[in-house]
Design a protein around this ligand. Sequence first.
Ligand code: ZN
Length: 569
Amino acid sequence: MGRVVSWTGHPFVDAGLAAIAAVAKVQDLAQLTPLHLKQAAKELKRVLLSDQSLGVGVEKSFAKSALSQLFPNSELVNPSNWKGGTPELKAQSVRQKYAQAIDSDLQRAKACLQAGGSELCGICGNQCPAQSVLVVRKDKVPLLVGGVNFYPALSAGMLICGLCAFALRFLPMAVLRTSGYKRLWFLHTQLLPVATEIARKYGWHHFDQCIAQHTGLDFYGDWETFGDAGTVLYLLCDLLSNFGHQLRSIYQGPTPTTAYLFSNDNRSSYVQALPIPNELLRFFAKLQARSTSSFERFWHDLLKVPKSLSKEQLKIRTRFVQVVANRMLRTEQITGACLDPETPQLLGGWEAHRLYLSEVLGMSQGKLTILEQLGIRIAQSSDAKKRINELRGARPNELYGILLRYVREGWLKHDEFYTLLPPNDYSASSEVRDILLAIAYEWEFCQSQGKPFPPQVGTIALTPDETLKRIQEVGEQLCQKLPNLSRWIGQLQTARSTDGIRRAYLSAVRSGAMGFAEFIFLAPLGDKRRVWLLRDYLLAFLFERARNELPEEELVTVGSEAETDIGGE
Ligand SMILES: [Zn+2]
């Protein structure tokens, strides 16, 4: 029993193996037989030695230009192979040289499949017969030398097996161009259906179309999107959209997927890896499974750059697509960037953003549900416009005051306030604002379109942590022991400085409604920001618990920028 073809872990070789599997139409690399390899070699020669590849009767020679970026000095580039008087004769000579080279690669690859041997392949690590291995340099293995490469110590060349060398020949069938910068890239994934589909559609099929239309070959790059990250994500959406039933479960698998941007140009070779987070693949797959229309809205709103746009619109649009696509690949916040206050609209739709927040950013269902209920409440209120403007214009520290007012109004419970604005996360308030606006915009959008708002799925089940428990205990004691609760709350909510807050606490200590330990807990020295934050939690508790004893005054002071700066003491 001989060797079975399998993934090597080397991105360039794996991409070539996928292209072989695509043309051989196998479902598993292990099914590849010598006959498949022969058939694949024949197809490769047909495409790369076509007139449209060599530049016979078409404007440009793909073999001598774009393809040479993958394999400089290969048989197709080497000037000594382009001999003869007429273009036809030159093409004839190069066809012969290349076909010979492929045929010997094929023989070596077939030998590898026979049985083990004494030589060790530097790429796949298999033991191979001596007649099946060869020493290669960068003309055969892209980026074998260069600033960043996979085998830096082997610039003199390295020993690889015939099968790996043969697979590398097929790399052009897996390579694409990004939109905008036209950089070369390919997706390294061991998800075979994904990898073969890319090679089939954008490699083999794309080149066949060029040949049929008699246009010069080039790598596929006709995307309706912009930028490197944009192209990668667009492709993933495109595949999912066309082959959802097949790919959905695969996108949820844990295999790492990486996009490699590269050039093997003699002057400036480089490779840049863009790892694709698994949670992002899972997010796309789940979204599409949940709702095709939500998936398409998100994909088109966030990644599509229609060719019909005017120059001015194009500039704005490409910038937006670049920003959100890069953020998605880094698994960062995107909601704020997708708010369009002019329309007003949430680009991508709430259903998709909600799933992005939970799947990619790990936001809890409880927190999402609190935000959803509050956002809808704001959108449904009689003064929605005023409230939305207030949220939009508020500085991060002012948002604490706005949310406290929601507690006072009974729209938010004190533990919900605590969940939305947790301790030690001062960036949470901007995120909360963006999400509330997103929900309110979506609500208005659904109303105007006569569409239902996406169904709510989560429930709120909160368990207080140590800090909140302590706030609840202190608050409860104050409610029971303070002689004039209403006046005291008024004093606390209008305090203009941390000193003012301390004075309110000290008066509670004096009247026996608060112990000294509680005082130290609520007003730690040297951390003004925390003093304000804990005061807000306490106020939230009191607003809810002592609803009937609240002072008339509604204004809640917020810590000034200077007061709440870290280390501002
Ligand atoms: Zn090998």
